[in-house]
Design a binder for this molecule. Structure first.
Ligand SMILES: Cc1ncc(COP(=O)(O)O)c(C=O)c1O
Length: 360
């Protein structure tokens, strides 16, 4: 009998595995790279006020948020597009850019939405394995570019492994890939980067090179993961195309309000990021002291590259009440949480090593 069929490539898609939710004795959720702090009272108040108008559509152009973002970065408003999280913005970008047969190059393992969004857009994902040190293998990525390549996605710091890219590295990519290939710099965790030898100023690069698009989010440092708002910065011509591809009213009214209020409360929010970074430093030092070989952790998470032991290590954390994110065959990503949760992580990791498990 005839039936409605989906596109074959959609039926074959792996599903996006979101960080698990706490249940039963699993009380510490370190599986989704969220901010452990609750929203600031002034942000909650602004959102509650805005909620009284929710019978109205939001501002479709999201003018207030785009204006605030543009002012923050020193770019024009027509260089900013907002979306339903930065994952929503990336979906829009890939839809605007690619057709069947086009290719999108990215490091792997990296943010798990990359292959899915590429395929949903109808293009072909080209994952390029990370180096042994869990960093982007930029030369291999450059070599993977073909005449069909429409975009290269750079994730810095890389989720889930942690290392960040420097200016010289990103320049090397820009020098090496053709002039018609978009280079998306996904900086979801940029606010957590510290002490980098060659820090990247992606917004400055944007001014130099028309192929650069910078992707940012309010979900991590700004603690608005539940409201869904992210954005991209780029040349006005490209941004107009992305804007035209965006779902109408993609950013709801409460999210728009919270984003504007959060940018205004930036000092307070970035002080919290400092506290997370201090915890990251403490956790890293403790793990390395135990003998773990953890890659440079520049996001709000640490990476245990245990390969096939990922499931066993994740179960050990779960037994201690901590939800983490295993990636089968590769390793385990653990978000930096509140000090008590981090103490459990350190203790479990130490016991795992003492039991003779792999260190990297
Ligand atoms: C590298 C990276 N980019 C983008 C995102 C998407 O964030 P959001 O859609 O919440 O803005 C994430 C979320 O985990 C991420 O890790």
């Amino acid at each position: 009998m005839a039936k409605v069929t989906l596109r074959d490539d959609i039926t074959a898609l792996p599903s996006y595995v979101a960080g698990a939710r706490p249940s039963g004795s699993l009380t510490e959720k370190l599986s989704s790279n969220e901010n452990p702090y609750p929203p600031l009272p002034r942000v909650v108040t602004a959102v509650a006020d805005a909620a009284t108008d929710m019978n109205r559509y939001p501002d479709m152009a999201a003018a207030g948020v785009r204006e605030a973002i543009a002012a923050y970065h020193g770019v024009r408003e027509d260089q900013v597009v907002v979306g339903n999280g930065s994952v929503g913005v990336l979906e829009t970008i890939l839809r605007a850019l690619t057709s069947a047969g086009d290719e999108v190059v990215f490091a792997w393992r990296s943010f798990e939405a990359y292959p899915i969004l590429t395929q949903v857009a109808g293009a072909t994902p080209v994952p390029v394995p990370l180096t042994a040190g869990a960093e982007h293998d930029l030369e291999a990525m450059i070599a993977a570019v073909t005449p069909r390549t429409k975009a290269v996605l750079l994730c810095t710091p890389n989720n889930p492994t942690g290392p960040a890219l420097g200016t010289a590295q990103v320049r090397r990519v820009l020098e090496s890939v053709p002039k018609d290939v978009l280079v998306v710099i996904d900086e979801a965790y940029v606010e957590f980067i510290r002490d980098q030898a060659d820090p990247l100023d992606s917004v400055a690069l944007l001014r130099e090179d028309p192929r650069v698009v910078v992707l940012r989010t309010f979900s991590k440092a700004y603690g608005l993961a539940g409201l869904r708002v992210g954005y991209a910065l780029g040349r006005a011509r490209l941004i107009a195309g992305f804007q035209a591809t965006t779902t109408p009213f993609a950013v709801n009214a409460l999210a728009q309000t919270a984003a504007v209020e959060s940018l205004a409360a930036q000092d307070e929010l970035l002080a919290r990021v400092d506290a997370v970074v201090a915890e990251r430093t403490r956790v890293l030092a403790a793990l390395r002291q135990q003998g773990w070989s953890i890659p440079d952790a520049q996001g709000n998470f640490v990476w245990f590259g245990v390969g096939d032991a990922a499931g066993v290590l994740a179960t050990a954390f779960a037994r201690a009440g901590v939800l983490v994110r295993p990636f089968a065959g590769d390793g385990v990503r653990v978000t930096i949480g509140e000090p008590e949760a981090n103490d459990i992580v350190i203790a479990v990791a130490g016991e795992f090593l003492a039991a003779g498990a792999p260190t990297s």
